[in-house]
Design a protein around this ligand. Structure first.
Ligand code: ADP
Length: 339
């Protein structure tokens, strides 16, 4: 390629202004396009334009005006070719991306994919059942056995198992397109339950958690379990993103507040943040940047929040990390009783 460029340069400089050999640089760009990256192609087009100008400057013979016109035509064709080649590369990348998403959809439609999505939702209560079960075994194995503690552990097992069952029932009703069961509930209490399920994971990842739940909130009017699913998903994503930054800089802040006629819950993390262009794709189904991600969490969250009469959104933090928040309507003007 360098040889061809050199030959073009020599012929262009040695011949008169009227002979515009530099237009062949467009051919060089076309030939190099399949093997060069986007940046390398831009550098190549810049180099071709620069050597065209250089040839013009050192050409000593011929009609200067004709040379000027020819040089302009050459430069325009070099830049147009580069522009078209870059556009084609972008279109090819988009087609590859669409193909990858189709594959993912095909996978999720398979039995394995379906199992993974359900597992994604019920993993937390099941993990909690195992933890409580182990604790029960220890309490019963003590001499004398700590029956009270074991009974509390059993109650937690029952609660978590019921929750897992409820989630499955709710996943089934979602696929059947049933509307959410919107009842009044204490929003902060529901959030605390979700947070408690994630504490072990956050401690393991050395994440500092700040919880700022406004005690004066009215009762939320939404499907409690669905709201918990959304909050849990935002929290899990925040944990994933935060675990990728060095320990000591890992914080997650949860805030509940009232904003006019809605309750707003936000999850602010100090994680990897949202790269440019990512924000538009976050809520797309099957879009993920994680090796083992499914990309269904946020799209499902949006469906759920909107079915409950709220909104969900995200943006980058100025100090780094991401900020996700969603809103749900409330029922009363009176504050909820605090637990
Ligand atoms: P999954 O977690 O399976 O990838 P999601 O729909 O929950 O699916 O998330 C989609 C993508 O959004 C993630 O792969 C990640 O790139 C991005 N994302 C979600 N939450 C965050 C966050 N808190 N910080 C940075 N990126 C995030």
């Amino acid at each position: 390629m360098l040889f061809v460029m050199g030959a073009i340069f020599i012929i262009d400089s040695a011949t008169g202004y009227e002979i515009a050999v530099s237009v062949f640089y467009a051919g060089v760009i076309l030939t190099a396009a399949p093997i060069l990256s986007r940046n390398a192609l831009m550098v190549l087009s810049g180099t071709c334009t620069a050597v065209t100008l250089l040839s013009f400057a050192i050409t000593a013979q011929g009609d200067y005006r004709a040379g000027l016109v020819n040089m302009t035509i050459s430069i325009v064709s070099i830049l147009m070719t580069a522009h078209l080649v870059l556009k084609m590369a972008a279109a090819r990348a988009a087609a590859r991306d669409a193909q990858a998403r189709l594959l993912r959809i095909a996978r999720v439609r398979s039995l394995e994919g379906l199992t993974t999505s359900i597992a994604h939702e019920i993993n937390q209560p099941l993990a909690a059942v195992v933890t409580s079960g182990n604790a029960c075994q220890r309490w019963l194995g003590q001499d004398p056995p700590n029956v009270d503690k074991a009974r509390q552990g059993l109650q937690r097992i029952l609660d978590d198992a019921t929750r897992a069952g409820d989630i499955i029932a709710r996943v089934r009703s979602l696929t059947k397109g049933e509307p959410p069961r919107r009842l009044a509930f204490d929003f902060n209490e529901a959030i605390r339950e979700v947070v408690d399920l994630s504490r072990t994971e956050m401690a393991r990842a050395a994440i500092v958690l700040e919880v700022d739940l406004n005690p004066g909130l009215p009762l939320a009017l939404a499907d409690r379990l669905q709201v918990q699913q959304v909050a849990g998903n935002l929290l899990l994503n925040a944990i994933d993103a935060t675990a990728l930054v060095p320990p000591g800089r890992r914080t997650i802040r949860l805030i509940s507040a009232r904003d006019e006629d809605m309750i707003v819950f936000s999850v602010r993390d100090s994680g990897t943040g949202l790269a440019e262009g990512v924000r538009d794709r976050l809520f797309e189904a099957f879009w993920t940047t994680k090796a083992h991600g499914l990309g269904v969490g946020l799209s499902l969250s949006r469906t759920i929040v909107e079915a409950n009469g709220g909104h969900i959104s995200a943006k980058s933090n100025k100090e780094g990390g991401a900020l996700f928040w969603f809103s749900v309507p409330f029922q009363d003007k009176e504050p909820a009783c605090q637990s």
